[in-house]
Design a protein around this ligand. Structure first.
Ligand SMILES: [Zn+2]
Length: 83
């Protein structure tokens, strides 16, 4: 199984270094609460479950991502894959 990181960005364009909290709302939204150390703002980002599903990698993509991760791991050990 692979995953795709959810893109997080502050209004100022910086990527947050730290997520403070992840939660759910009573109307079925995912909430990510983070702090931007660049502009000192607290950010609450919400996503619907459909939006979360749209972020999920496709099964084909999952296989190719896994193969790329395997190749990187082997390369880190000094082993080159035969491609
Ligand atoms: Zn910011």
């Amino acid at each position: 199984m692979s995953y795709r990181a959810m893109p997080l960005e502050c209004y100022c364009g910086e990527v947050p270094e730290q997520i403070l909290e992840v939660g759910f709302t009573s109307d079925h939204h995912l909430v990510i609460h983070y702090w931007c150390s660049a502009c000192h703002r607290v950010i609450f980002m919400t996503r619907t479950l459909d939006e979360c599903r749209d972020f999920c990698p496709l099964p084909d993509e999952e296989a190719s991502v896994a193969a790329a991760e395997d190749a990187r791991f082997l390369q880190s050990l000094g082993i080159r894959s035969a491609e």
